[in-house]
Design a protein around this ligand. Sequence first.
Ligand code: SUG
Length: 455
Amino acid sequence: MNAFEVNFDGLVGPTHNYAGLSHGNVASMSHGGLASNPRAAALQGLAKMKFLADLGLKQAVLPPHERPAVDVLRSFGFAGQDTRVLAAAAKHAPKLLVGCSSASAMWVANAATVTPARDSRDGRTHFTPANLVSKFHRSIEPPQTTRTLRAIFRNERHFAVHEPLRGGQSWGDEGAANHTRFSPTHRHTGLHFFVHGHRAFAANKPAPTPKKFASRQALESFEAIARRHQLKELAIIHAQQNPAAIDAGVFHNDVISVGNENVFLYHEHAFVRTPAVIAELRRRYATLHRGKELLALRVPARRVPLTDAVRSYLFNSQIVTVAPGRMALIAPSDCRDNRRVRDFVHELIERGDTPLQQVHYFDLRQSMRNGGGPACLRLRVVLNEREIAALPPGVLLDDRLYARLVAWVKKHYREKLTQRDLADPALLRESRRALDELTQILGLGSIYPFQLAGA
Ligand code: SUG
């Protein structure tokens, strides 16, 4: 049966703001305190989705989370009516309120790790929502992510949405941002490439570690996910991120490599012993796919130094298949603004001996200022026709849904938000009104704490 990559993009939430919450994420660290524009952010994301849908790709939407997360504030001891909780948190624990107000759930590459049905021994599509334990503001996402995924992938004959992995400081899991699936086409069985920064349990042979910034992803978390998802042993490869790259701001692997089907674009400093990692990937790919070749495209530091890779987010581009053997690079406009990167990309596209034949640049600056490029904003789910038919139809983007969502954003979203606004009870009311309407537009039923309270 034919299978398609469905890109589920995270809709930017109404509280999108710059709070400098992610140590190790250079963009987040340098833009903290700036005023944001939630409306522009949401429209930028929607424009990218629309473009991909117009290319003929299957595009779907994941809703934002309820923010400020009043339920989380309550769990930290604030009580009374919602507006009282908000006011008391703003007064006594302002940083907690900021952490509970981030729209970070928009970066759905961190929502979950996904295994297509074809690759699982039980023939179901598996999801493990990421625990995101390494950052407080993200660690509050998994319960909502689990509810949302269960509302969308509700048919248990086709889908299994697991519980997030237990946390504990060293058991970080950041989801699909550190996972790439390789296959001749989306329809074929995949080779699963999992990239970690550290081990949860100390190894006999000590591994190199970053000096400046902490790694977020543990090897053991991915081992556990591969077991739960019933992946076939021969289809799994693990590699360690280069600690020097983490120290340069590569907090997820999707900031330094990107793959699609049989193509892998990677920076030469992406991994510990990159040449050995690539050789192993190519060897295993050829074994799994009977001699077929993985096209590994190396980006040398001489052409694109790590700092330019991080600043431009070249590797956070999406590579999408527009026709058999033809792919497009969906890049942030920051790549066009960086001469070295732009030259490299254009040479790559003009080579003519790779499937990469087009590049499209997108202005995603609102999200980029928090370290979220095109690839961060999407979760890839390979589904066959029967599985697509089992989705609630309201989440698949067509012209009508796009128009409705644009109107919805324009009706509900502010054009300017600063940290001071997060304590505004009107913002809470506006956000809930918006999300309530959104669940109706998408046909999801009640999924948010404010909708479920007293249900
Ligand atoms: O987890 N930024 C996100 C960006 C996530 C990008 N995702 C991928 N690479 N897949 C993070 O660091 C910043 C929020 C703030 O500072 O206000 C933030 O959470």
